[in-house]
Ligand binder design. Structure first.
Ligand code: IDP
Ligand code: MG
Length: 136
């Protein structure tokens, strides 16, 4: 049975700053994702705080929100079979130092905060995150 899903992907400021967006988009395409929607934006600190609300009690929350609002990002809706899980696999571990060979965070990530990409962690959160950036 096919299970086509959508997930939200973000190419974070560290990767956009290094002009890696085309290379990273190619990785998604090579891995059978379709890029359904895409836009380049520069969000405010307030928007970053809303997006990362689940992390509001974490010690790194303030730095995280400063960081995501520090420069342009590319937000995308990706679609494929089991998109949420497959994107998490392609991204690799949160900390690039712990990410497997061949994953995006291993290839492009600089540090746990500058880890180049975001991906939704569940189908439910994917819907919320897609709606956050692409409410029509
Ligand atoms: P994820 O991006 O792999 O889903 P989350 O736990 O949801 O990881 O954390 C969101 C983002 O917060 C991470 O991508 C990372 O940039 C940052 N982050 C997570 N844990 C830490 C930490 O311990 N120190 C600093 N930044 C962190
Ligand atoms: Mg997460």
């Amino acid at each position: 049975m096919s299970n086509i899903e959508q997930t939200l992907s973000i190419i974070k400021p560290d990767a956009v700053e290094r002009n890696l967006q085309d290379e990273i988009k190619n990785e998604f395409i090579k891995n059978k994702f379709s890029i359904i929607k895409e836009k380049k934006i520069h969000i405010s600190k307030n928007e970053a705080e809303q997006f990362y609300k689940v992390h509001q009690t974490k010690p790194f929350y303030n730095d995280l929100c400063n960081y995501l609002s520090s420069g342009p990002i590319i937000v995308m809706v990706l679609e494929r079979e089991n998109a949420v899980l497959e994107n998490r696999k392609l991204m690799g571990a949160t900390n690039p130092a712990e990410a497997n060979e061949g994953t995006l965070r291993k290839k492009y990530g600089i540090s746990i905060d500058k880890n180049s990409v975001h991906g939704s962690d569940s189908v439910e959160n994917a819907k919320l995150e897609i709606n956050f950036f692409f409410k029509d």
